[in-house]
Design a protein around this ligand. Structure first.
Ligand SMILES: C[S@@+](CC[C@H](N)C(=O)[O-])C[C@H]1O[C@@H](n2cnc3c(N)ncnc32)[C@H](O)[C@@H]1O
Length: 351
């Protein structure tokens, strides 16, 4: 089966991938205690179609939220679709909107507190759903004001703006749980945060691919696509990961190591004083110095077990990124017997 690659999506500036409720629930589960009394902001989320908004609205009382804010960018390309969260309330005027919820009660008096009560709020309370002045860009002044008010930001941001989006969250010192692609790890800015223990991968996705809904007119030619009985299109995306700076206990579980160091099996690089490890699970348990491991090591990384020094992913040498002495000439990719190996992260076991 073929899959859509987010790197290509980025090139084509195709940013409309809608995260499934199941994927959101599976990840948020790990942070439940963090949400109590907090203001949650979903700032790339049309309240009509975003499952991030839906998840926090449905669980507003369960999580003990103080406030939920969602903003969207210039309306929605799936506006005409039949399967919206609140179809009766939906308009197709493509305006940027903001929704603010501070309380969810049994507004419609049906004995349950659920999404129908949020729908009731939207319909009956004037200040719940309002238009934004601008286009809803997360970098706009009015969206930045909302960001300042937020404690935790949770969304799937446009992948083409991932660097800028993350930089803004970090500049404003926010806690966040965002979904993106493992490729973002090799961005200089992202990697520096990971190395500095200010960003790590989330808890629920460490392999495989995930399904995202896409707009009806999305140009698809990959075999990973699906159209359901309502005509809604989905694609499967590989390399999806959550990125967060909120701690969760599983992140501190140590990787069980079983292999013994053998210089034949773990050769040193020509251009770094480090040994090469091809498979994360095969990190030799008794090697005390620096090792080069695949990028997917981060899926198993516990900051209590390993320290990260740097990364060598591209030919261009950057001392700040590489983080260990470079013994080569120009090309910074790790070499063994004159041959390039794959991108590597340089780590060492904590004694
Ligand atoms: C990957 S989609 C995810 C949508 C939603 N968060 C979800 O997961 O279902 C990213 C969304 O960001 C919106 N977007 C694009 N540029 C934006 C910007 N500059 N500011 C805010 N949102 C933007 C897109 O319209 C798109 O709906």
């Amino acid at each position: 089966m073929a899959y859509i690659d987010l790197a290509n999506a980025r090139k084509a500036k195709k940013d409309e991938f809608y995260t499934s409720l199941g994927d959101i629930e599976a990840e948020m589960h790990f942070y439940e205690p963090h949400f109590r009394g907090k203001v949650v902001l979903c700032n790339c989320d049309d309240p009509y179609e975003s499952n991030f908004f839906k998840y926090f609205a449905m669980n507003f009382n369960y999580l003990g939220l103080k406030k939920l804010i969602a903003t969207c960018y210039n309306g929605s390309p799936v506006a005409d679709s039949e399967l919206l969260l609140f179809p009766e309330e939906h308009t197709t005027d493509k305006k940027a909107r903001k929704i603010v919820i501070t309380e969810v009660q049994d507004n419609n008096g049906d004995g349950a507190i659920d999404l129908a009560d949020v729908e009731w709020l939207i319909r009956n309370e004037k200040n719940v759903l309002t238009e934004l002045k601008g286009n809803g860009d997360f970098r706009s002044d009015e969206c930045i004001e909302l960001l300042k008010e937020a404690d935790i930001v949770v969304t799937n941001p446009p992948f083409s703006l991932f660097r800028e989006y993350l930089a803004q969250l970090v500049n404003f010192n926010k806690q966040f749980i965002i979904i993106g692609n493992i490729n973002a790890v090799s961005y200089k800015e992202t990697f520096q945060l990971i190395k500095g223990n200010r960003l790590w991968l989330g808890a629920s996705i460490h392999s495989g691919d995930r399904e995202f809904r896409v707009p009806d007119d999305y140009p698809l030619n990959a075999a990973g696509q699906r159209i359901d009985e309502h005509g809604i299109k989905y694609i499967r995306v590989k390399g999806v990961r959550w990125f967060t700076n909120i701690d969760y206990p599983q992140r501190h579980e140590k990787l069980e190591l079983y292999k013994k160091y053998d210089p034949e099996e773990y050769p040193k690089y020509d251009n770094y004083d480090a040994i090469n490890v091809n498979v994360t699970n095969e990190i030799p348990k008794n090697y005390p110095d620096i090792m080069g491991v695949p990028i997917t090591f981060l899926d198993k990384y516990s900051p209590d077990q390993f320290e990260i020094f740097g990364m060598s992913a591209s030919a261009g040498y950057n001392a700040e990124i590489v983080g260990i002495p470079f013994l080569g000439k120009k090309d910074a990719r790790p070499l063994i017997d004159g041959k390039n190996t794959y991108a590597r992260i340089f780590i060492r076991q904590i004694k």
